[in-house]
Design a protein around this ligand. Sequence first.
Ligand code: DSN
Length: 437
Amino acid sequence: MIDPIFGWIEAERRRQEEGLELIASENYASPAVLAALGSVLTNKYAEGLPGRRYYGGCEYVDEVERIAQERLKTLFGAEWVNVQPHSGAQANEAVLLALLKPGQKILSFELAHGGHLTHGSPLNSSGRLYNVRHYGVRSDTYLLDYDQIHEKAREFRPAVLMAGASSYPRDWDWTALRSIADEVGAILVADIAHPAGLIAAGLLNNPLPHCHIVTSTTHKTLRGPRGGIIMMGKDFDNPFGELTPKGTPKKMSALLDTAVFPGVQGGPHMHVIAAKAVAFGEALQPAFREYSRQVIRNAQALADSLKERGYTILTGGTDNHIVLVDLRNKNITGREAEKVLEKAGITVNKNLIPYDPQPPLIASGIRLGTPALTTRGMNESDMRQIAAWIDEALTSASDETHLKRLKDTIREYLRAYPLPYAPAAPTPLTHDFASAG
Ligand code: DSN
């Protein structure tokens, strides 16, 4: 008997293959990344760091982690990295644990304007443990207002200034943020979870030379396994006076390493670290730069084609992989649009637009992203076709037959763009759970 879990994995593989994946934070990892993820490295405990573990038998996983570290340093120009965070959330949690005592101040980008949950939302530990205020985008342009950030920083005097977004379609000015942080004595932390791959490819401003600490996920534009990382362009003496046993100031890297383990995590996931190393190796290839260029070109083509069809694109376009659509002039909410598009085989997520009159579970907009479809080999002409289908679906929102027909058309179209995905090998069960009752 085959474990039914493999049936569900196959069903999910087929869903990924047969639909248009436009969720901006998703991508298709390569077969090599998947092979590393599904490897025997998952069996190994390796608490600690390469050469300094709390377990025996770590000589091979040490090599894997060292390679991951070196590749990541080369990719972003980092002097120090930690590749162990299980996710972006854990990376941010560890950074805040290393930098702050409960009650200290963070100034970060407002979640409802496109920020991240782990940058001080009251629902996240960051918002419960620390004293948080936010900056946002302008109500006329929907662009970040660096004068407002400056003003808020001067008034609030945060210990940490956090930057980075989950739905902001424009690049960031790291130099301006660093000068604000320096003026108020704050540590500048950038979370590049979304644009990391585009930054690694040299297509967007790199925060490493400007920000004290940079966190990211590895599974979005970077196209690796689900996971997190922490980096520093340059290590520095911790500003809190913590000393080593020799009486010299502890380096920030030491505080960050201990914040990851044992601060917020136990044993590192060595199979994921191996998969990260594989993905970093792929991102160092010239083909990744070309892929990343196409991600941006595709997002711009999608934005332009939707604009031609009367859709409001926030900020007028995009510098990265994200297109934010304000649906208010189309008389459909984000929640309805998400559902209708799903019926047509187009996967997106509803998204708050800044100053949204709707609550988060309804939202006035949708967020679209091009990393996944670009991995399948799509280009600008495909994006024009997709914009037409999005419009067709949203204008036939209540016509179930039409939406079903559209889904069939899309499934056929996608046959020309196979997934770089190795099917999971089903494992026969020795015990028949179903008939054992
Ligand atoms: N949940 C992630 C996203 O979809 O953008 C935030 O990193």
